[in-house]
Design a protein around this ligand. Structure first.
Ligand SMILES: [Fe+2]
Length: 375
């Protein structure tokens, strides 16, 4: 077991989830709103968490009716579930559950329209009231959202992604227990793990000066290259632990910024409901190849921690890595066609991750990246 703070309090290690009931009681919290997704709600480990909370004399309320790509009405329904009596929010799940849990936490004492608080419209200055205690429990090793301070929620009708962001939305406590990922299907482990790798690689080369995040990103890349094939093909405690800490580190690293891979992946989820990690996995080799000419020294450092000789080798390495994980190499194998490219390009051009990319990208260059990735 370990105790970290950068800047969130993190309990990390196999079995730490058993500490959740006593932690809540120590904090004088008795009626947690547990936010999760419908799949996790039915899993034995989740039912055990709830049973342990009840056995400790707590009164958990479960809210699990959320979409895979969460929308505003999910958050409003969660606020209703919180009601007058809940006293904290516990997010248990992957990125979607965590986004909804964080947005509910914001909404409890902030009564304007949810999207009035959109950070990209300057709405963060309106986040002035206290927020309830917020606790996070990741069940995948990918988004790292458990240590984040942002929630991405889409508009119900247009599916446009909005961003709620504020330091108040950091978890008060994280319980990162790799045992909760032991039953994940191989495909989910692979796709979420590639999301984490994308966070580190994009953060490492993102614009800006942030040696702390860059150091974390390099170590995250090293851990994932070693652990992800094992976590997918022959999972053991070490590989699952390495992936969970590397995933968490990814979200710390991308405080520095993300880039074009996330910018072209977001519209694939928005328009075509594609899994976020899968979209990043397929797009990563092409996006990295696009950036190589403007940051060769960074690519050299990344290639060293990946066990390669030269930065130019990274694209082919990533293609082989995807193949070894059983992931597709082309978007056409995920149902994306050339007919989708114009709509995808116009969304990606305005994506919030694009400005931090080390190489400026014109709409024509973004379109070309989609065409390369479709194949
Ligand atoms: Fe991501």
């Amino acid at each position: 077991m370990h105790h970290y703070s950068f800047p969130t309090n993190i309990r990390f290690g196999a079995g730490v989830i058993t500490e959740l009931p006593s932690y809540l009681k120590t904090q004088q919290l008795h009626k947690p709103l547990i936010v999760t997704d419908p799949v996790i709600n039915d899993l034995p480990f989740f039912q055990k968490i709830i049973a342990d909370l009840k056995r400790a004399g707590l009164a958990p309320v479960i809210f699990s009716e959320i979409h895979k790509n969460p929308i505003k009405s999910d958050v409003l329904a969660g606020k209703m579930a919180y009601g007058q009596n809940a006293d904290c929010v516990v997010g248990i799940g992957g990125g979607a559950a965590m986004d909804v849990a964080r947005a509910i936490t914001l909404s409890i004492h902030h009564d304007r329209d949810l999207f009035d608080y959109d950070d990209l419209d300057g709405g963060s200055v309106l986040i002035t009231e206290p927020v309830p205690a917020f606790i996070t429990v990741p069940t995948t090793s990918g988004t790292g959202s458990e240590v984040g301070r942002a929630a991405i929620i889409s508009e119900d009708d247009t599916k446009r992604k909005r961003i709620l962001f504020h330091p108040k939305l950091l978890a008060r406590q994280v319980f990162a227990d790799p045992e909760l990922t032991y039953d994940l299907p191989q495909a989910v482990t692979a796709a979420t793990g590639m999301d984490a790798l994308t966070h580190h690689m994009e953060a490492y080369i993102a614009k800006g000066f942030h040696p702390m995040c860059e150091g974390i990103a390099l170590e995250g890349i090293r851990l994932i290259i070693k652990a992800l094939p094992l976590a997918v093909g022959a999972p053991d405690t070490q590989s699952r632990s390495d992936m969970m800490i590397a995933s968490l580190m990814g979200a710390v690293a991308f405080q520095k910024g993300l880039g074009i891979v996330h910018a072209i992946s977001h519209p694939l989820s928005t328009l075509l409901d594609m899994h976020h990690g899968l979209a990043n996995a397929v797009n990563l080799p092409y996006g990295m190849d696009f950036n190589y000419p403007v940051c060769r020294s960074h690519f050299q450092r990344m290639s060293e921690v990946m066990g390669l000789k030269k930065g130019i080798d990274i694209k082919n390495f990533l293609l082989d890595f995807n193949t070894s994980l059983g992931l597709p190499l082309k978007l056409k194998d995920c149902g994306v066609t050339q007919d989708n490219v114009d709509d995808l390009t116009s969304l990606a051009t305005g994506d919030f991750c694009l400005p931090a990319n080390p190489r400026d990208a014109s709409p024509a260059e973004i379109k070309d990246l989609y065409l390369q990735a479709i194949g």
